[in-house]
Structures are given as structure tokens and as C-alpha cells.
Write a protein that binds this ligand. Structure first.
Ligand SMILES: [Zn+2]
Ligand SMILES: [Zn+2]
Length: 598
């Protein structure tokens, strides 16, 4: 690791604390029922807490959670030791004879290849159990030494949700209790605050409140309808990016939504990506597929003519809408969808141009993310997996090194994910931290050694011979849908002035002020400011409150005094009162904010 980050999460105290709390919770839950009624499934630690899945005779209520939590504190106070024991598979089967889910897990462990959570692993693990007080669980550990090591003031059960056994819709639906555990009560409090804040910022809620987008059952799940206001934010974001791409030496291309089966055979998508692709369409006896990616089309454009070394680099950019299958259970607002638009581009360059090309694209990417208000980046460099990698190891060296050096030069903190690259080439992923410190993966810069081979890409070099160009896929905001979701949550819907769908609302106090309000609105519109006039018969305070709810940056109140002075009374959504302002200086102020993208 290059940034000197500390130990990994699974090695941390917090991980042990959470895992141990999950066991204590399972004890408290099973005690509520007859021994043969409560079936336990799995209970792993997760990013900021833990869960445990149960098959119970009745649905748990919020009151149950309270009493479970109370019982957990009693168990913790007893300072029970977590005792580990290693068993044979048969001993384990006997011990968990009444627990069908555990039996299934033991069979998996015994067969090898699966861990006790049913996740794939390489080696065949030892079967071990942990016991505290009366509760024994099939478990690899690690745990804290005893229940006293868990701070009873730093645990909290959060909610119950349905979860299919092994995530499989054909298996039983279980009850999953989510909880969290921290080292101190302060940490817990901070986390709960963040959860509350995240709920308020949830893009699905904000998207509805601000009338930005919807998902409609009549249209289909995972398919987004952008409403005028959300559409405006997206248009502004795209316009800005398109301008930057043009300045950055990109060419714009457009490609269709479907392509022949043979194209996806050549590209290899039908071999290794088919599970994410939709069933084919039949057109005059030929099969066509909806595109899950834009790459084969851009490659075809490259191949329409002989390319000389002088033509390179070529940078083909497209806001390309792609369709990928996601199970309905994992669809989530704008973040997991079935159709989305990538700000996609493919770079084709000569080997001698490659390091500079990487510098350029990384710098370009960071500048665009900064323009949207993101300041903190974390990069992940995925390197060659010797088990499955296209090309020779030497082919990987220069690109991997170019990616690493660019990260160094840009001063982006990065982690090397050793051997984590997909088989077709090394890549960098860039995550941004939002206002709540949550990480979101947005940009990807990905080398590809496969497509140039499969489509026989070539340019004629100075030597008159044919050479293979480097091909790099890159998406900066990633998917526009997902990016908008992140943007909404980062700003809590209070978009910066340059992105606000409505930048100012004029609020006439009485009907007689409406005409002047419309005049001011016309002047501002002419100056390029997006304004609305709220001439409803509501009271002024109600109009201000509504504009505030809509997160409109400027609220401009107009009464007799303002008309007399040729001014407006200016309030900001931050509730700051700027008092009376003349129209021209106000327009200038807003224009400056738009230019500064503040
Ligand atoms: Zn465990
Ligand atoms: Zn691509």
C-alpha cells in the first residue's frame, strides 16, 4: 500500500468486536424461542456493523429489537469467554443436527471451496466453532477474548429486513437483523448521526421532493425517467463535460443501441459478459443484442480506415446508453439500474504516446470531478493476476507502470490491488469521498489487450509496417444515472448555483407586484439566469418556505419598497439575508458564481 494506510478491516479490533456482537445477538434472539423453533443462518461483520440471519416462527417487531438489545447488554456484562474448538465435519453435523442452514454450510466446508458464509475460497478450511455462555456457532473467528471486551454503550440494533438464504430468491426468506458496534459511545453516536444524515440525503427521497426523476412500474424497474428539473441538472453536467472533452482533444462519436450477435461474438462479450446482456432481438432472421458496452462500436469506427502513426492518439467520446441485466432485488434508485448512460471514451495511442496519454486522462478526470465539488480522491491500481491475464507479463509492465507514475505525479493517494486486474488489462479506479465521508467509485481508466487483438486494430508506423495501438477505455463520471445519485447525496439536493435547475425565484408579495417581478425575471433570463416567478396566491412566507424546500439558491422578494427602489430583497437558501439589491449587481453576483462553479 502506497498511502501508508493501517491494517485491513478483517484484521482490526472493530471487526472482532462486531463479529462477537453478532454472536451475542444470535444468543439473545434464540433465547426468545424454543430451541427447535429458532434457526440461525449466518452472521458476518459488514462495513459499518454486522448482521445475522434467522428463520423464526414469527416476525420480529421494533419492541423485540429493544428487548434483544437489553438482553445483549446483560450477556456482555457477564464477561463470557469466546471458546474456540476444532471439529470434524461429522462432529459438526451432529452438534448442529437441528440447524439445517448450518448443516448446509458444514457440507460446503466439508466439500471445500466455500467458507462458512458460503463465499468461495481456495483452500479447504478447518471446521471450528466458538462458544460464549450457552451459544455455540459454526465460525472461523476471530473474536474478542470475552464478551466484556465489547462496550455495551457502543452497540445498537438498527433494523430488521428480509433476506433470502444465500441471496437466492428460490430459497427461504429469512429475517436479517442489522446492528452496529463501535469502540466508544462517541463513535456510535457519530455513526448514528451519519446514518440519519444519509437518510435525509437519500437520492430517492430528494429526487422525489425536488421532482428530479422517477422510476415507473409501467415502464419497468431499473429504468429512469428524468423530469424537467433533474433533466436540467443532467444537461448542465453533460454540457460542461462535453465542452471540456472538446477542449481536451476528444472527438465525439455516436453509436446505435443494438448490434449484431456476430459483433458481440468477435468482441468476446457473448463469451464472458452474456449474463449481463438481455435476450437477443430477431431482425430479419438475424440476432441483435442491446449493447452492454460501447467499445465494439468505437473499435469499428477506428477500423473504417487505415490509421497512420500521425493520426494517433485518437480519442472517441460518446455519452453512450447501455443496458445491463441486474436482478430486480439489487436495483436501487439511481445507483443500480438496468439502463444507463456512460460518459464513455476510448483512447487509441502509440506506445511512445502512452505515458503522456495516461497523465492527460488522469488529470482530466480529476479536474472534472473537482468541478463538481469533489475534493478527496482515493485511487486503486489493479495489477496483473498471473492466473488469468491476457498477453505476456511484459505487455503489462509499461502500462501498469504508467498508471502508477501518473498517480504519483498527480499526488493521488492510491492502493495497489495486487493481482486484482480483470484479465484484459491493468486499470485505475478512482473513488471520491462525499460530504459524509462515504466513498463512491466513479472514474475508471482501463487498458485493454484483448479487443485490439480480436478486432485486429492496427496503425501504419513510420517504418511503413503495421503496429498494434494501445486501447484504453475510460469513463469519468461513470454512469450519468449513478453520478447524479451521488451528486444529489453529496449536495443534499442543494446543487451549486451553476447546476441548480432553478437559480432564483421571484416572490411578489401581492398581486400588484407580479408585473414588476415578471419584468425582473425577463431581464435575468436574458442574462442567462434560470428564474421562476412564484405568482401563486400564497402568503409570502409560504412561498419562501417552498423555495427553501426546493433548495433554490436565491429567493428574491418584491413588495412596494423594492419596486420604488428598482430592487429586490435577497434571501439565500442558507437563510442568509442580503437585504435589498439592485438588479444589475445581483445578476453579476450570480454570473460570477456560475463561472466559478461555486
Ligand atoms: Zn462467527
Ligand atoms: Zn470500453
Amino acid at each position: 500500500m502506497a498511502d501508508g494506510k493501517s491494517e485491513s478491516y478483517p484484521d482490526s479490533d472493530l471487526y472482532r468486536i462486531r463479529h462477537s456482537t453478532a454472536h451475542v445477538m444470535a444468543q439473545a434472539v434464540t433465547e426468545m424461542f424454543d430451541p427447535d423453533e429458532a434457526k440461525v443462518a449466518i452472521g458476518p461483520p459488514i462495513a459499518e456493523g454486522f448482521y445475522y440471519d434467522f428463520d423464526l416462527p414469527r416476525t420480529l417487531t421494533p419492541e423485540d429489537l429493544e428487548s434483544i438489545e437489553k438482553r445483549m447488554r446483560e450477556i456482555l456484562a457477564e464477561n463470557f469467554e469466546f471458546k474456540r474448538e476444532v471439529l470434524s465435519a461429522d462432529e459438526a453435523r451432529e452438534l448442529f443436527a437441528d440447524q439445517p442452514y448450518k448443516i448446509e454450510l458444514i457440507d460446503g466446508l466439508d466439500a471445500g471451496g466455500l467458507d462458512e458464509y458460503g463465499e468461495p475460497i481456495d483452500e479447504k478450511p478447518e471446521i471450528s466453532i466458538y462458544t460464549q455462555d450457552t451459544f455455540t456457532d459454526l465460525c472461523r473467528g476471530p473474536h474478542v477474548a470475552n464478551t466484556g471486551k465489547v462496550n455495551p454503550d457502543a452497540i445498537k440494533l438498527l433494523n430488521v429486513a428480509g433476506a433470502y438464504w444465500r441471496g437466492d430468491e428460490t430459497r427461504p426468506m429469512l429475517q436479517r437483523i442489522y446492528g452496529t458496534a463501535w469502540e466508544s459511545a462517541d463513535d456510535l453516536e457519530q455513526y448514528l448521526w451519519k446514518l440519519e444524515e444519509a437518510k435525509k440525503r437519500d437520492h430517492r427521497r430528494v429526487g422525489k421532493d425536488l421532482d428530479l426523476y422517477s422510476v415507473n412500474e409501467a415502464v419497468g424497474p431499473g429504468l429512469i425517467l428524468w423530469h424537467p428539473k433533474g433533466g436540467m441538472v443532467r444537461k448542465l453536467a453533460e454540457d460542461f463535460c462535453r465542452d471540456e472533452h472538446e477542449k481536451g482533444g476528444y472527438d465525439f462519436v455516436y453509436s446505435p443501441h443494438i448490434g449484431k450477435a456476430s459483433l458481440w461474438e468477435t468482441s468476446g462479450h457473448l463469451d464472458w459478459y452474456q449474463e449481463a446482456m438481455y435476450s437477443p432481438l430477431d431482425i430479419e432472421g438475424q440476432q441483435y443484442y442491446l449493447k452492454p458496452m460501447n467499445c465494439p462500436f468505437h473499435v469499428q469506427i477506428f477500423n473504417t480506415r487505415t490509421r497512420s502513426y500521425r493520426d494517433l492518439p485518437l480519442r472517441f467520446a460518446e455519452w453512450g446508453t447501455v443496458y445491463r441485466y441486474e436482478r430486480s432485488g439489487v436495483l436501487h434508485g439511481l445507483l443500480r439500474v438496468r439502463g444507463f448512460t456512460q460518459d464513455d471514451a476510448h483512447l487509441f495511442c502509440r506506445p511512445d504516446q502512452m505515458p503522456e496519454e495516461i497523465d492527460r486522462v488522469l488529470n482530466f478526470s480529476l479536474n472534472i470531478l473537482r468541478a463538481f465539488g469533489f475534493e478527496n480522491f482515493q485511487a486503486y491500481l489493479s495489477t496483473r493476476n498471473p492466473e488469468k491475464a491476457a498477453g505476456d507479463p511484459e505487455d503489462w509492465e509499461a502500462p501498469t507502470e504508467a498508471l502508477r507514475q501518473s498517480l504519483e505525479r498527480e499526488g493521488v493517494p492510491y492502493v495497489v490491488d495486487e493481482g486484482e486486474a480483470v484479465f484484459y488489462g491493468p486499470k485505475i479506479d478512482i473513488k471520491v469521498s462525499d460530504a459524509l465521508g462515504r466513498e463512491w467509485q466513479l472514474s475508471t481508466i482501463q487498458f485493454d489487450f484483448i479487443l485490439p487483438e480480436r478486432f485486429n486494430l492496427a496503425y501504419v508506423g513510420e517504418d511503413g509496417e503495421e503496429h498494434r495501438p494501445y486501447m484504453i477505455h475510460r469513463a469519468l463520471l461513470g454512469s450519468m444515472e449513478r453520478f447524479m445519485g451521488v451528486l444529489i447525496e453529496h449536495h443534499a439536493g442543494a446543487f451549486p448555483v451553476w447546476l441548480a435547475p432553478v437559480q432564483a425565484v421571484l416572490i411578489p408579495i401581492a398581486d400588484r407586484h407580479a408585473e414588476y417581478a415578471r419584468e425582473v425575471a425577463a431581464t435575468m433570463k436574458e442574462a442567462g439566469v434560470r428564474v421562476d416567478v412564484d405568482d401563486r396566491g400564497e402568503r409570502m412566507n409560504a412561498k419562501i418556505r417552498d423555495a427553501q424546500m426546493q433548495k433554490v439558491p436565491y429567493m428574491l422578494v418584491i413588495g412596494d419598497r423594492e419596486i420604488e427602489a428598482g430592487a429586490v430583497s435577497v434571501r439565500l437558501r442558507s437563510e442568509e439575508d442580503l437585504g435589498s439589491m439592485q438588479i444589475d449587481p445581483l445578476i453579476e453576483r450570480i454570473q460570477e458564481e456560475i463561472i466559478a462553479r461555486s
